[in-house]
Design a binder for this molecule. Structure first.
Ligand SMILES: [Zn+2]
Length: 171
């Protein structure tokens, strides 16, 4: 399992609804958590490892040793939103790129756990930001799509550099 780097086409495919909650799904989620910790991330969505599943993992501490805040969200939907705020984001699919993104301050998310049980999460601040960022991945939306025109201009050369590197890798 490897992280797909922009502009890898899997990043635009998004994830399909998960119907089967079995040992294989749990294994995938466990491996995604390992990849996330190894890459020093705080969240990782299935399309980022080339899987078209509506599933993501997160841990706002980013610490393998602090598993109390680790979460796996399957088939998530945002059912409530409140407030707006800007904050800096990065993405494991965009190494060394950081930008200011506007997100909802507080959200309510429904999802299923690895057993298929319905759950609800109310969160705010950094955790709410991670959830919104990862949920976008399941729709094929990337954080660079959500930048202001000023931020877009600022990161343009880095994006072009990544696009050229990918062309070079193909050649
Ligand atoms: Zn991301």
């Amino acid at each position: 399992m490897e992280v797909v780097i922009y502009p890898g086409p899997a990043l635009r495919r998004g994830g399909k609804k998960v119907e089967t909650f079995d040992a294989e799904l749990a294994r995938i989620a466990g491996e995604m958590l390992e990849v996330m910790y190894r890459s020093h991330g705080v969240g990782l969505a299935a399309p980022q490892v080339g899987l078209d599943l509506a599933l993501f993992v997160l841990n706002p501490t980013g610490e393998r040793d602090d598993r109390s805040q680790e979460m796996v969200l399957v088939n998530p939907e945002i059912v409530g939103r409140k407030g707006q705020e800007f904050g800096e984001e990065g993405c494991l699919s965009f190494p060394r790129l950081y930008a200011e993104v506007e997100r909802n301050k507080r959200i309510t998310v429904t999802y299923q756990d690895l057993q298929g049980q319905p759950q609800e999460l109310r969160c705010e601040g950094f955790l709410a930001r991670i959830v919104q960022h990862e949920l976008d991945h399941l729709r094929g939306v990337l954080f660079v799509d959500r930048l202001s025109s000023v931020e877009k201009l600022r990161v343009r050369s880095r994006l072009q550099e990544m696009e050229r590197a990918s062309e070079g890798a193909k050649a």
